[in-house]
Ligand binder design. Structure first.
Ligand code: HEC
Ligand code: HEC
Length: 390
């Protein structure tokens, strides 16, 4: 009503303004983002996300496994490596567009970003914290957080709910769409995709049958059906676990160890049953959530275990119909794609990078990350880096 009074007869403008007031505007290619945090909460969440002091020994930030420049995933590792070099069993997924993911984790075991954030913080192999309380107390004692939570959360300090809400609020800002594909399909810009990419989309929606699971709607595309499917990768891994596993020796320095050497330095990664670990239904063994394909060019390696290095390898995998096993999804059958089809399909997949992916990474890197390391009362050996002469 207020809108109408101000703008009078200019009904169209009014409708646009009213839509803005109602909620966040949908980026081209995606539906309106579900739920948003205040700017103060999201900014605080970004600071937490980039902060290594969030791990027990001050070495691992969220951003070390969800690397901003690598599509908020990790290009160097098939399966992630956590605190003290411990090996995890799964690939770190992208956090771009995670606001739209209903069931979080490759097996869908978590449903809110607020709760999810505590899983890595408390996991012994990821960030290794003892308890929610120890994290909240540590943050509460760090001078650069003084007053930040209180200002963002109506006077409330760091606790389970506010830390979770800040991290969730930041992650919901990681919306990356308006890709060239979106401008072509939803923005009606016929030039936004070249001939090969358009032909690649025809393969995707046609004889490649990719669209059956990586869905594309009339007004928006999540490239995911929110369901779980057995493609055979998890099953194959259960039959013959990989002989060699990557471990982190130092930041950016990795080595491949075989099973025996690995046991000497880390627990071997656990077996992985996929969705069945959540539902306990035998039929769900080795089924994993369909991931979105947005920003896929940024987030190699692929699949829940990072076992396929390139998009070309992924396409060859589908060409063979996945890996046969008694529980394989019936939608996966060998395909008859020509070499040209395969090239075009890969070109199309590379047109799905959001136009703001670089800007989101830059914004993350504006956070200061060289904070003084807090000295834990009991840790006699901790070194204060601010006490070291420059
Ligand atoms: C040691 C590496 C590592 C660290 C540190 C880490 N993550 Fe992750 N993250 C992973 C892996 C691996 C998965 C997938 C695990 C699974 O599916 O079981 C994951 C999954 C997620 C997911 C689910 C995404 C989806 O699409 O389902 C979110 C959200 C997430 N992490 C956020 C965070 C936040 C926030 C932090 C910091 C508090 C963090 N992660 C720290 C490795 C890490
Ligand atoms: C039966 C459903 C289904 C069909 C059909 C399908 N996919 Fe997938 N796709 C999945 C699932 C499930 C995963 C995750 C598997 C895993 O994590 O092990 C996946 C993973 C991927 C990935 C890796 C994503 C990532 O972030 O790691 C790419 C790329 C991909 N699919 C492309 C395609 C293409 C191209 C086609 C058509 C040739 C296709 N998919 C057909 C269900 C499907």
């Amino acid at each position: 009503m207020k809108c109408a009074a101000v703008l009078g007869a200019t009904g169209v403008l009014c409708a646009i303004l009213c839509a803005c007031q109602r909620g966040p505007v949908a980026p081209l290619g995606l539906p309106p983002p579900p739920g948003t945090a205040s700017t103060a909460q999201a900014d605080l969440g970004r600071k937490l996300f980039m902060d290594r002091r969030l791990s027990a020994n001050n070495t691992m930030s969220c951003a070390m496994c969800h690397v901003p420049e690598q599509g908020f995933a990790a290009n160097e590792l098939g399966t992630a490596i956590g605190v003290n070099g411990r090996s995890l069993r799964r690939n770190a997924p992208t956090l771009l567009n995670v606001a739209y993911v209903g069931s979080l984790f490759h097996d869908g075991r978590e449903s809110t970003l607020e709760r999810q954030a505590w899983a890595p913080m408390l996991n012994a192999a990821e960030m290794g914290n003892r308890s929610v309380q120890s994290v909240a107390a540590k943050i509460g004692a760090m001078p650069d957080y003084a007053g930040r939570f209180e200002a963002a959360f109506d006077g409330r300090g760091p606790d389970r709910a506010t830390i979770g809400a800040a991290l969730a609020g930041y992650q919901r800002t990681l919306v990356a769409a308006n890709a060239r594909f979106d401008r072509w399909r939803y923005g009606h810009d016929a030039q936004a995709l070249d001939g090969a990419e358009q032909a690649g989309f025809a393969v995707f929606a046609g004889k490649g049958r990719c669209i059956a699971c990586h869905t594309v709607g009339a007004r928006a595309a999540l490239f995911a059906d929110g369901a779980f499917h057995n493609t055979g990768i998890g099953w194959a891994r259960s039959q013959a676990p990989p002989r060699r596993t990557a471990v982190r020796l130092a930041d950016g320095v990795f080595a491949e160890l075989d099973e025996r050497d690995l046991r000497a330095v880390s627990d071997p990664p656990q077996a992985d049953l996929g969705r069945a670990e959540v539902t306990h239904a035998p039929a769900d063994r080795w089924a994993y959530r369909t991931p979105s394909l947005r920003n896929i060019a940024l987030t190699a390696p692929y699949m829940h275990d990072g076992s396929l290095a390139t998009l070309e390898e992924v396409i060859d995998f589908y060409q063979r119909g996945g890996i046969d096993n008694p529980l394989k999804d019936r939608l996966l059958q060998p395909l008859q794609l020509s070499e040209v089809d395969k090239r075009n399909l890969a070109a199309f997949l590379r047109s799905l990078t959001g136009d703001n992916a670089v800007a989101l990474a830059r914004l993350a890197r504006r956070e200061r990350i060289d904070h003084p390391i807090p000295v834990a009362p009991s840790a006699g050996l901790a070194v204060r880096v601010d006490a070291v002469p420059k």
